[in-house]
Design a protein around this ligand. Structure first.
Ligand code: UD1
Ligand code: CA
Length: 449
């Protein structure tokens, strides 16, 4: 069973942040999450993260063990700390920088395969050809064989011209790594113990180092400052968009569509520009989302349309239309064939099939029956200053414009409130009320009768 070590204790000075670098997010997930996800997808489940004191408290959320490296004397020192905390085993140990969120599982599979292929191989080393200039460590070869890695700040002018880079991903034969890790020196431009010096040490012992070239250098780009953070985010977002498009989703403008991992979108859905879809959102087939829309943990049914709106922690049924400019806040369950129109805010509401709230309403802590019609300006007055109270509106009820429904209150099936009614008492099924406070005028036949 291959074990993994992720290096994440670095001082991250170039981020100029009080938050550890690997907690900065790319497409809604911390950088570290992306690296761990790729390692796990490649079958590496037992992972130790070398961490700073600042980062350590956050590690619980990632389900990994942390080893604190304090002070931080470089990537080689970080691996020394990790090895000291791990019992010795025969087998492969994958080491990866924690600041390369674009890695995928294939890289980890390939580099493991390289070291596992032959018992004489001490190290599989991921390299990448990259446009210059670059501040990555350079791979120095002697003919075809890798001889050593030289860090950018220690490079001669000639070495800076080398365009094959050290990606920061290594699959070591653990015994071979333990054999050389204690012999690193800090006699270099940064005064640090470089993990990269293990390459020269292994080669000097005639151990084989097998380079594994990444198919695309963008997979191994590191994030050291916020410019690189934005570049990595754009690349990750493009990758997510491409995956959905290849699955049959139309994304009109990937550059202004912001997706997160962990969402699902049905075939023939259309995502219009300037739309963000995150959390655990799922979108049904042929749904139309956007433009200018944000969905977080939304479950949108097939053929629904969400236009220029915000939808959070809400279920929206098939063929329901929302927006423009609707705000569906947490906890709503909205059935199919509903219409929620412009400037309608809905929170913790259950809305049954065929109901309509076309304009300018606040529906909070409400249960709304089938085919009820909610007039413009309707407010469920759900908060009395102390408690949140429920409003129930029956099926086929008609709520007149600017009605204030003072909760807790129930409007019966087929009942009607007149424009401007202030309803402070329950309205029986089929009744009609008007005024402030609302009084019954003449009952009509209940819809259910
Ligand atoms: C490192 C490599 C370089 C490679 C590049 C790829 C070394 C010496 N250099 O350079 O060859 O091209 O990655 O992105 O390894 N870290 C610790 N403890 C420390 C120092 C760093 O855990 O004491 C962690 C950092 O948090 C980071 C990773 O190790 O996640 C790499 O460190 P960083 O300082 O970013 O190294 P680079 O200069 O990018
Ligand atoms: Ca780095």
């Amino acid at each position: 069973m291959t074990r993994g070590i992720v290096l994440a204790a670095g001082k991250d000075t170039r981020m100029k942040s009080t938050m550890p670098k690997v907690l900065h997010e790319i497409c809604g997930r911390p950088m570290l999450w992306h690296v761990l996800e790729a390692l796990r997808a490649a079958g590496i489940e037992e992972i130790v993260v070398v961490t700073s004191r600042e980062l350590e408290p956050a590690l619980g959320a990632f389900g990994v063990r942390g080893v604190v490296q304090e002070p931080q004397h470089g990537t080689g020192h970080a691996v020394q700390m990790a090895l000291a905390a791990l019992e010795t085993r025969d087998g492969t140990l994958v080491v990866a920088n924690g600041d390369m969120p674009l890695v995928d599982k294939t890289i980890f599979e390939d580099v493991q395969a390289a070291v596992d292929a032959d018992a004489g191989t001490a190290l599989g080393l991921v390299t990448a050809r990259m446009p210059l200039p670059s501040s990555f460590g350079r791979i120095v070869r002697n003919d075809a064989t890798v001889e050593r890695i030289v860090e950018f700040r220690d490079c001669t002018a000639d070495e800076r011209e080398i365009d094959e880079m050290n990606a920061g991903i290594y699959a070591f034969d653990e015994r071979a790594l333990r054999g050389v890790i204690g012999r690193l020196s800090s006699d270099n431009a940064q005064g640090e113990f470089y993990l990269t010096d293990t390459v020269g040490l292994l080669v000097a012992e005639s151990r084989r180092v097998v380079p594994v070239q990444a198919i695309d250098f963008r997979l191994v780009l590191g994030v050291n400052d916020r410019v690189e953070l934005a570049t990595a985010r754009a690349a990750m977002n493009e990758r997510l968009c491409h995956a959905h498009m290849r699955n049959g989703v139309t994304i009109v403008d990937p550059a202004t569509t912001y997706l997160e991992p962990g969402i699902a979108i049905g075939a023939d859905a259309v995502i219009a520009p300037n739309t963000a879809i995150g959390g655990s959102s799922t979108i049904g087939e042929r749904a139309r989302i956007g433009p200018n829309t944000r969905l977080v943990n939304a479950r949108i049914g097939a053929d629904a349309a969400i236009v220029e709106s915000v939808v959070l922690d809400t279920v929206v049924g098939a063929k329901t239309t929302v927006g423009p400019f609707a705000h569906l806040r947490e906890g709503n369950v909205i059935a199919g064939g509903v219409h929620i129109g412009n400037f309608v805010e809905v929170k913790n509401a259950r809305i049954a099939a065929g109901a309509k709230a076309g304009h300018l309403a606040y529906l909070g802590d409400a249960t709304i029956g089938e085919n009820a019609n909610i007039g413009a300006g309707t407010i469920t007055c759900n908060y009395d200053g102390v408690n949140k109270n429920p409003t129930t509106i029956g099926r086929d009820a008609f709520i007149g414009s600017n009605s204030s429904l003072v909760a807790p209150v129930t409007i019966g099936d087929g009942a009607l409130t007149g424009a401007g009614a202030v309803v402070i008492r329950d309205v029986p099924a089929g009744d009609r009320v008007v005024g402030n406070p609302a009084r019954s005028i003449a009952a009509k036949k209940p819809a259910s009768a």
